[in-house]
Design a protein around this ligand. Sequence first.
Ligand code: ASP
Length: 439
Amino acid sequence: MGIKVCKFGGTSMADGNIILTAAKIVNADPDRKYVVVSAPGKRFGGDIKVTDLLYACYDEYESGDFSAFENTFQKIVARFEHIEKEIGKDLGMRAELENAKREILDGAGKDYCASRGEYFAAKIMAATLGLPFVDATELIRFKENGQLDEASFALAGRVLKKYPRAVVPGFYGLGADGKVKTFSRGGGDISGSIVARAVMAELYENWTDVSGFYACDPRIISSPKCIVELSYQELRELSYMGANVLHSESIFPVRSAGIPIRIANTFRPDDAGTYIVKTARRRTEDDVVTGIAGKKDFTVISLEKSMMNAEVGFVGKVLSVIERHGISFEHLPSGIDTMSLIIDNAYLKNGILQVLISEMQKAVNPDKIYLHENIALVATVGHGMANNIGTSARLFTALARANINVIMIDQGSSELNIIVGVDNKDCDECIRAIYREFF
Ligand code: ASP
């Protein structure tokens, strides 16, 4: 059989006992050759992830509060020492962590500090399984612009050829400046995907604390349907829009090689989980929608100008304003004399919104600019919607029945998704109304 790459998330690495369970899962299948791990996550509600402690430590170091730094650092040491005790191995964690602390105090940088959770978790997993540890800096490289260097696939492939089995820390690699660099939060999923691609795995197993990908957030609808199989594209749409089982960028390395991903539950290893594949199986007539996800806190900037349709370059000039500020937009619905930009509020803090408006005013002299602040985007996703007459009618009737005002509508031409903009306060009810209609 082919090679399987297993990635264990933070809750699967949270304490010694669950690490032993994860190791048992690896050992249960001889095809599970490469293991990628996250830093220890939360053990219970209110607990703090090791990565969050490391970021807190770094902030304390930067602000010069060394006693707070030491205090937080000792909490991390205590967590790793506790894990060491639970798995019954003496790995000299305290001394290793003290070395890492010296590196941090010598200016190794924020990403180095944040990455140590994964680094030590992988050392522990390697010792538990009796497998070699291969550092992610040997495998994963970033370009100068901070993006993943795709040459990493070949590099990791060459290095891992020397190791028939190995454990690799997730979440980081080597930056173009020769220093440790991390992905964005939750990026261990991307590391697992890179390793799967590098060794041309038959399957990338992502072990987490849920039994698969749900049709919507279980905090909004209790016990939603678990999706058996979804396509890479559906996954990308849903995870980008807030379904946070898997990092939205983790499909890119495996997608072109057609390597399927399986989401599985470390706490219920016999559950089937969800498979993410190139082409999801054909859907039945009542299997129109695959999933629904929502994300809050966007702003709509709408511009109105008579004869906008005839003014060549209008949209280009508006977009060059946001480009100058390094801002990307989510959607750009337009009419004959109107266009709207939907932008994540995170970009618009500290007066930037007002600056954009005045620059747009100057750039295109619109008749009117108006704002809709604090809107949520809700995406209804599914290949089954294509050519299925009446899907949008059902969706909008459900929203009308639930008394939800739709501020914006965007449907991709692939008919893979219908996105509606609603007031933040209506977001959860909007998801519930759509779920009730289609499931
Ligand atoms: N430990 C990192 C985080 O908490 C990365 C990961 O878990 O994938 O974001």
